[in-house]
Design a protein around this ligand. Structure first.
Ligand code: NAP
Length: 300
């Protein structure tokens, strides 16, 4: 059997970033204020620092203003709420991203609730979570949608065209990834099943899937013989495992080499879903800036 087609998330994300950059330039040409992304990082977690830096850098590259707020680990909840209040009120800020996880003494739910839903470019505010659950199939996504799930759905639509009627299995039910992915696939008229750590016979469930999205954080748990021949496989997992010469390497949640021989389409790790997250954050920020200016939603 022929090998699966690779879904090149890196290339798709580059194209999306450049379309967003064109959207930013068009807004500015119309005399609308330049879209601005505020990032907020509390503490000095090295992985979070890398993410925040790349978000700020990408925003600047595509012509957005970028506001980088670094707060010490001992910042109080009241101080963080005060900063969020200022960013909510600042017309130069179209989108606010509070990098998670926050230090343990801060109540994450209260912080996510404090972000203005219109500026919640991560899509984690309960109002936006509720909108995603309530939206009718085919209606425009004219509110912020979590970035990684949005990236998965864009890659699938690009690879397959219409998803209507397909059996989709999503492994993982986190509020960050699994649940919003399932909502987006439902909106695209798939028949959706969600698997998780208490699911009986995951392998049999996966074999029913025309579309299999895996977001569990377990290196290479999904084997080649779990995959229906010709299925589209989106591997969201990012796992560091021991590699050659004492180094670590990145692998997904799917045993890639085995899956390549069975699937119809597959995302690699790295270079699949990963690059889509920041590109979709920029997309959400552009849409937030358009809404703030009273302009309609545009698909880019
Ligand atoms: P999470 O919050 O830890 O959720 C993991 C989910 O997987 C849970 O629903 C859990 O089930 C389920 N699960 C765990 N072990 C399982 C097993 N053996 N069999 C079946 N289900 C199992 O993780 P997350 O934030 O959703 O992230 C998932 C993966 O995606 C991670 O590798 C993460 O690094 C990656 N990720 C990538 C990106 C990106 O590409 N940009 C963004 C976000 C996350 P229960 O609910 O029953 O516990």
């Amino acid at each position: 059997m022929a090998e699966a087609k690779l879904i090149d998330g890196k290339a798709f994300a580059a194209g999306l970033r450049s379309r967003v950059a064109e959207g930013v330039a068009a807004l500015v040409a119309e005399g609308v204020a330049r879209p601005g992304l505020a990032t907020v990082l509390v503490g000095a977690d090295p992985a979070s620092e890398v993410y925040v830096r790349s978000k700020g850098k990408t925003a600047a590259e595509i012509g957005m203003a970028s506001f980088d707020h670094r707060l010490p680990a001992e910042t109080t909840q009241a101080q963080l709420l005060e900063l969020i209040g200022r960013l909510n009120a600042d017309p130069a800020v179209s989108g606010i991203l509070v990098q998670l996880p926050l230090p343990r003494h801060i109540d994450t739910t209260q912080i996510l609730l404090a972000v203005d839903p219109a500026k919640d470019v991560d899509g984690f505010h309960p109002i936006n979570v509720g909108r995603l659950g309530a939206i009718a199939a085919g209606a425009p996504l004219d509110f912020p949608v979590p970035c990684t799930p949005l990236g998965c759905s864009m890659l699938l639509a690009d690879a397959l065209g219409s998803l209507a009627g397909k059996n989709a299995v999503v492994l993982g039910r986190s509020t960050l990834v699994g649940r919003p992915v399932a909502q987006l696939l439902l909106r695209a008229d798939c028949t959706v099943t969600i698997g998780h750590s208490r699911t009986r016979d995951l392998a049999a469930l996966c074999r029913t899937a025309d579309i299999l999205v895996v977001a569990i954080g377990k290196p290479e748990l999904v084997k080649g013989d779990w995959i229906k021949p010709g299925a589209a496989v989106i591997d969201v997992g990012i796992n560091r495992v021991p590699g050659a010469e004492g180094k670590t390497k990145l692998v997904g949640d799917v045993a890639f080499a085995e899956a390549m021989k069975v699937a119809g389409h597959i995302t690699p790790v790295p270079g699949g879903v990963g690059p889509m997250t920041v590109a979709c954050l920029m997309y959400n920020t552009l849409q937030a800036a358009r809404r703030a200016a009273g302009l309609p939603f545009v698909a880019v």
